[in-house]
Design a protein around this ligand. Structure first.
Ligand code: C2E
Ligand code: MG
Ligand code: MG
Length: 589
């Protein structure tokens, strides 16, 4: 339906009598309208399609197609449902008036025509039609807000659930199957955090387009379904999308669609000069096997998606009953982790670091320990990723930093010599800018030397978020803290990064140390890393040293600092203080 406000309205005058057409044109043009003419019903239908008039004056008595038939034909065409049609009839009998309305006319006027009245009739019809248009337009806007995601234009959750309900009713009566796909982008948060929400939003729009293309080209959709398919794909919010595939011929078709989506997403996106790679994890639930109502199907598809993610992303997973138990356990675990962060249920242990030259402890790495009431000691490798996924890593690290500060203060109060403590800092901290202030405040509040803190980052930090990271690291360095690169050799290991970032030391990952004696290749890698670090004036810390042979080799290669169970595992703060105060030396180990 057209908005009439944009131009002088165009009126199509349909009459087989030339003189009437001329008179009508003159009268309407004088009133400010534009006029188009048709001499019979067939021409009128053609002209209506071509010139899209705003109203039609239609003579009833015409050869070929009479006015009633013409009106009916126009009403049936795509844009003809709401156009105002004024029937011009010479027959002022009730029967023709009935017939006019039956054929879809908006109003009628009788011959002989009263010209001023005609103009007002047309104006009135147009005004009414404009008002109608406005209402419809507003309704549409309200509907868009209520039922569609404004970013991608896809259906929102409400719309999707409604459509799913309808599709399920059809599936029941037609005895067909239906699939619900629950899709979540992998690592979207990292992209959003590192490149900004603006880029994140554009990426989501592009992803929505690719899903739509994929669905349009899919053979599981018939032509009829495609007209409604707008509601078959939704963005639930964030980076979660859902797709329904009604009238499935075979459930395996759902996996074909899932595979195809991942194939489409595999091609990189270029957004404002950034080349972005993304994949998705997809869970699939099938009606009626996995659920018979929209809620159950969504819940199970979501669970399956979760499982796909756990198995290593960029894949799909059909729902199975066993997933339920796993998911419930996972949910409970996440809840416990959340509570533990809020209630600060963790403790910090300290693993000594030994200066290889003199065998003295010259630092420690702080490592978090969590004693779960049912599960016992939970390894950090399990709970740290959960903390990150729950979005709680910032408050968690705040706690670690405060704790390390307080602990050092207590140690010094007890007469222990100052010691450097390394803190593991998750890459997520290089998005927030307050890390330097937080560390500085821990130092100031506890009367510590700036070099009491060492910041351990991973290689990925340097690779993922360059310029901001560099600023933060330089601030840390200015404050007098040292920076080490953890797990070196397992990630990107680019020399370029090491050269450009203010790094003091690198920690050779325990994976290399573990095999250094038996595996010549690992030995060669460690030797190369040490040589490189020396060239860059960096200290080398070897972690995970468990045997004397490993230690000897690393010492001979030129490592500076040693850490590992050979000397001591991470131990509680009091035990660590005893080691230091006992003056332990590992010189002759
Ligand atoms: P990481 O930073 O590489 O820490 C070294 C890990 O090696 C620690 O594991 C430590 O206990 C272990 N380790 C040290 N010496 C030996 C050895 O001789 N043999 C063996 N097999 N292992 C050794 P842990 O405590 O399980 O921590 C695992 C990872 O969890 C850490 O790796 C670190 O990435 C993370 N993590 C631990 N605490 C924190 C924390 O407070 N904050 C953050 N963001 N991450 C933490
Ligand atoms: Mg570490
Ligand atoms: Mg490490």
């Amino acid at each position: 339906m057209k908005n009439l406000k944009r131009h002088p309205p165009l009126i199509l005058v349909v009459d087989d009598d030339l003189s009437i057409r001329i008179l009508m044109r003159a009268s309407l043009e004088k009133a400010g309208f534009r006029v188009d003419e048709a001499e019979n019903g067939l021409v009128a239908v053609e002209k209506f399609k071509k010139s899209e008039p705003d109203a039609i004056l239609l003579d009833v008595m015409m050869p070929k197609l009479d006015g009633f038939e013409t009106c009916r034909t126009i009403r049936k065409s795509a844009n003809g449902v709401n156009i105002p049609i004024l029937m011009v009839t010479g027959l002022e009998d009730l029967d023709s008036i009935h017939r006019s309305f039956d054929s879809g006319a908006t109003d009628f006027i009788t011959k002989p025509i009263n010209w001023p009245v005609l103009n007002y009739r047309v104006k009135y019809m147009l005004r009414a039609s404009q008002a109608f248009f406005d209402v419809i337009h507003k309704q549409k806007q309200i509907q868009e807000l209520a039922f569609f995601d404004h970013l991608t234009g896809l259906a929102n959750r409400t719309m999707f659930m409604d459509s799913l309900e309808i599709a399920l009713t059809e599936s029941v009566s037609e005895q067909t199957e239906l699939a619900v796909l629950f899709m979540d982008l992998d690592r979207f948060k990292t992209i959003n955090d590192s490149l900004g929400h603006h880029i994140g939003d554009i990426l989501l729009k592009n992803v929505a387009e690719r899903i739509n293309t994929c669905i349009r080209e899919s053979d599981t959709f018939s032509r009829i379904q495609l007209t409604q398919s707008k509601n078959y794909v939704s963005r639930l919010g964030g980076d979660e999308f859902t797709i329904m595939l009604p009238q499935l011929i075979n459930p395996s078709d759902a996996s074909k669609v899932a595979q195809r989506i991942n194939k489409y997403l595999a091609e990189s996106f270029t957004i404002e000069g950034h080349e972005i790679f993304i994949s998705a994890s997809i869970g699939i639930a099938i009606f009626p096997l996995d659920g018979t109502n929209p809620e159950a199907l969504m819940k199970h598809a979501d669970l399956a998606m979760y499982h796909a993610k756990e198995k290593g992303r960029n894949r799909f997973q059909f729902y199975k009953k066993s997933l339920n138990i796993k998911a419930r356990e996972r949910l409970r675990f996440e809840n416990d982790v959340r509570k533990a962060v809020v209630n600060e249920e963790f403790s910090l242990w300290y693993q000594p670091q030994i200066d290889i030259q003199n065998g003295q402890i010259n630092g420690a790495e702080s490592l978090t320990r969590w004693n779960h009431s049912v599960l016992g000691q939970v390894p950090p490798a399990d709970f740290i990723p959960a903390i990150e996924e729950l979005g709680l890593i910032l408050p968690f690290t705040d706690w670690v930093i405060r704790q390390v500060g307080k602990q050092q203060h207590e140690w010094q109060k007890a007469g222990m010599r100052p010691i450097r403590v390394a803190v593991n800092i998750s890459s997520k901290h290089f998005v927030e800018q307050q890390l330097p202030e937080k560390l500085k405040s821990a130092i100031d509040c506890n009367n510590l030397q700036p070099h009491s803190f060492e910041v351990e980052i991973t290689e990925s930090v340097m690779v993922e978020q360059c310029s901001e990271t560099l600023d933060i690291l330089q601030d840390l360095k200015k404050l007098g803290m040292t920076i080490s690169v953890d797990d070196f050799g397992t990630g990107y290991s680019s020399l370029m990064y090491l050269k450009n970032f203010p790094v003091n030391s690198i920690k050779i990952d325990r994976f290399f140390v573990k095999n250094i004696v038996q595996n010549q290749q690992d030995a060669a890698i460690v030797r190369a890393i040490v040589g490189m670090a020396q060239g860059l004036n960096m200290t080398v810390i070897a972690e995970g040293i468990e045997t004397g042979e490993q230690y000897t080799m690393l010492r001979e290669m030129g490592c500076n600092v040693a850490q590992g169970h050979l000397f001591s595992p991470a131990i509680p703060a009091d035990n660590f203080a005893q080691l230091i105060q006992g003056g332990i030396s590992y010189h002759n180990i």
